[in-house]
Design a protein around this ligand. Structure first.
Ligand SMILES: Nc1ncnc2c1ncn2[C@@H]1O[C@H](COP(=O)(O)OP(=O)(O)OP(=O)(O)O)[C@@H](O)[C@H]1O
Ligand SMILES: [Mg+2]
Length: 677
């Protein structure tokens, strides 16, 4: 009942907003506000499962584009883009790009540029000044004590600023301006007409910028050490902050159109599927000290390079014990996966705090908490070397994998979502009997996507992900494997929620036998003890996921602890088709629907890995059909598309890697111990 009434509230809000937008009476500022509100609603609706992920993604993309169009348009009637701002940015950047070289563009002469003048003229025509020039110059002159400036946002005197001032967000505009950076306000808040209205005082404005104000511009380092105040300058300087509410889903680094574009283009939309994973806090450096800001500061590639080099040269030696606090890598939970860095999921915090804190807890789990408490009690008795190894090598940072990347295995995917992903996202609902299992085993023939599923869990569950191959536990740290296991679980406990993925788990948990080596027996025992510990402690949110293609070798004690045993079978026809379609979508390929069906038909018994190999082989066909001499000169678009004949040839050389007898074994084991249907 409650859910449906909240849904109808959403719906009516949505509709109201929508009608306001299409009514044609909105100013660009109101439009931007409205689109932004729609975007937030989409997020909330998705987070509270009112709409599906696909629907959320589509709506999000649609409204993000609309929002961007208003923000980026430099048409003074329909958009909000501040042309002068980007010019000023260019001028500022270029001036200090090199010690020796100076750009012809400077703050002083930028207003003289013809296109700036043009904008000024356009603005002048379209808007009437609400502010006498004398007032404007007063404002600018007062920059040294800019906090006296009463609503600096009106210095443009445009209707736009009226809207903003009248809007709920408008009132915040002046608050956005940081201390120490007041003189930066004018270029920020100045919409094009704003500059125009000060045309008469422009020389005055330039002088102000060129002299005292300029000193402050230059206080912002272009690379590297972004000081806190500058960071807040960035915040103040973003065009978006004019409309911002604290729940903005847009990072404040979207300072200009290009940034925003890059931001939308870099898979940020996909981040809807991983809302919890975003790195909402960013590290800035202040004289070597790390500071945190609640917003990620945008860095150019050059700034990043500079910062990296600084780090390399001044990297403090890791000292045992306390070095643990100085985590450098962004770990599993800290991975940045796009847009929703500030997204606040409705997951109540365990200690009853406000809902948004649930995520911060997790995000900070990977690093900030460690800095606050350099050495967790639980890690006290462990070797720092091992802790460091785990943090650096075992915490996974691979590229994100989506559920759609895994073809077929629908049952396993649905089960995993139910017992892993959702409980991690909503621990408040999955309590008591609904509590998630602590151990899962993925078993099946080689090359069917078990490891891929492990990676996908890492990306989707929002947990810190530890990925280790069992053979490295037994061979890499000879004689120390059990210590490693203990350390692994201890670190995971400090980084909850955590998923420990153990590939080839059979080599760790194989049946005890006479010939068994003492050290592997000890590792196995330690592992079972730890797994039991994790299973019996209801507070621990640690999940162990094992993967094996030899399930029959797993010790019965271990089998019992891996309560959910999911069979990952060979892909069915539809899944094989999906793999071919997925892979071929990135290539030039001219398979007809019938030919595709034939490929699928002839690849019966192939694993996912075999299908990938088949496609690789087929993709070489067009190259092989070239004359050897042509290879040196041919351009990529002269290479013919992949055709059915290439698949026919490939099918002659690529064979299924799983025999029917092996398959029989897996299916028997699944019937006996598996948890599938
Ligand atoms: N279901 C699938 N969908 C898409 N690609 C797949 C699938 N299964 C396997 N592949 C492809 O095969 C490759 C190998 O898969 P993966 O390593 O996950 O297999 P595995 O089951 O872990 O094998 P093994 O038991 O030998 O470790 C993947 O990188 C992917 O390219
Ligand atoms: Mg594998």
């Amino acid at each position: 009942m409650q859910a449906s009434s909240s849904r109808s509230v959403h719906l009516s809000d949505w509709q109201k907003n929508y009608f306001a937008l299409i009514s044609g009476t909105c100013t660009p500022g109101q439009k931007a506000d409205a689109y932004r509100a729609q975007i937030l609603r989409i997020q909330y609706a998705w987070a509270s499962s009112d709409i599906s992920q696909v629907c959320a993604t589509t709506l999000f993309r649609k409204y993000a584009e609309k929002y961007s169009a208003v923000i980026d348009s430099d048409n003074v009637e329909t958009g909000l883009n501040n042309y002068a701002e980007s010019i000023l940015t260019v001028a500022r950047s270029q001036q200090t790009d090199s010690d020796k070289w100076k750009s012809g563009l400077s703050i002083d002469n930028v207003f003289k540029l013809s296109n700036v003048q043009e904008m000024m003229r356009a603005g002048k025509k379209s808007k009437d000044s609400l502010l006498a020039p004398a007032d404007a110059s007063l404002v600018i002159h007062k920059e040294a004590t800019a906090f006296d400036i009463p609503t600096f946002s009106i210095c443009g005197g445009s209707g736009e600023s009226d809207v903003l001032t009248n809007s709920a967000h408008g009132a915040d505009t002046t608050q956005e301006f940081p201390e120490g950076g007041p003189s930066l306000k004018c270029p920020q808040s100045a919409q094009p007409p704003l500059v125009i209205n000060t045309t008469k005082t422009c020389p005055v404005a330039s002088a102000a910028f060129g002299e005292s104000a300029l000193a402050k511009f230059h206080a912002k380092p272009l690379f590297g050490n972004v000081k806190k105040e500058n960071n807040s300058f960035l915040k103040g300087n973003t065009g978006l902050s004019v409309f911002s509410s604290n729940q903005s889903c847009f990072p404040s680094f979207c300072e200009n159109a290009q940034d925003r574009k890059a931001f939308y283009d870099t898979g940020t939309i996909d981040a809807l599927s991983t809302p919890v994973l975003n790195n909402a806090y960013s590290k800035t450096e202040d004289n070597g000290q790390r500071g945190e800001s609640s917003l990620p500061a945008f860095k150019t590639a050059k700034e990043q390079l500079w910062a990296d080099q600084q780090k390399k040269h001044h990297q403090p030696q890791r000292v045992s014990g306390s070095s643990y606090g100085g985590v450098k890598k962004s770990l599993g939970a800290g991975r940045s996966r796009g847009i929703l860095g500030k997204f606040v999921p409705p997951v109540p915090k365990q200690d009853g705090g406000d809902p948004g804190r649930g995520m911060q807890y997790k995000l900070r789990g990977a690093g900030a908490a460690d800095r606050a408490h350099p050495m967790d009690e639980r890690l006290k008795n462990l070797e720092p070397r091992m802790i460091e190894l785990i943090m650096n090598e075992i915490m996974d940072q691979g590229p994100p994998v989506n559920w759609e990347d895994i073809a077929g295995v629908e049952f396993a995917k649905a089960t995993i979502k139910e017992i892993v992903v959702w409980p991690m996202l909503r621990p408040d609902i999955f309590t008591g009997l609904r509590g998630p299992p602590k151990g899962i085993l993925l078993f099946g023939p080689p090359g069917t996507g078990k490891t891929l599923i492990g990676k996908c869990i890492a990306s989707q569950a929002g947990a810190t992900f530890f990925s280790i191959s069992a053979s490295s536990l037994t061979s890499k740290w000879v004689g120390e494997g059990e210590k490693m296991v203990r350390a692994l679980f201890a670190v995971a406990r400090c980084q909850q929620p955590a998923v420990i993925f153990i590939d080839e788990i059979d080599s760790l948990l194989s049946q005890r036998g006479d010939g068994e080596h003492e050290s592997s027996r000890r590792i196995k025992t330690e592992f079972l003890v730890q797994l039991d510990g994790a299973a019996t402690s209801s507070e621990d949110r640690i999940l162990v996921v094992g993967a094996t293609n030899r399930p029959q070798e797993i010790d019965e004690a271990a089998r019992r602890r891996l309560v959910k045993r999911l069979y990952i079978p060979l892909p069915e026809a539809s899944a094989r088709k999906q793999i071919v379609v997925n892979l071929m979508s990135r290539e030039r390929c001219c398979l007809s629907e019938e030919e595709l069906a034939l490929v699928v038909q002839h690849s019966d018994g192939f694993s996912g890995a075999d299908m990938t190999q088949l496609c690789r082989e087929a993709s070489l066909g067009p190259i092989r059909s070239l004359q050897a001499a042509d290879i040196a000169t041919v351009t990529p678009d002269q290479v013919r598309p992949i055709a059915y004949s290439d698949f026919e040839n490939a099918l002659r050389t690529v064979r299924p890697s799983v025999s029917p007898e092996d398959l029989e074994l897996y299916e028997n084991w699944n019937r006996t111990f598996g948890c599938g249907k």
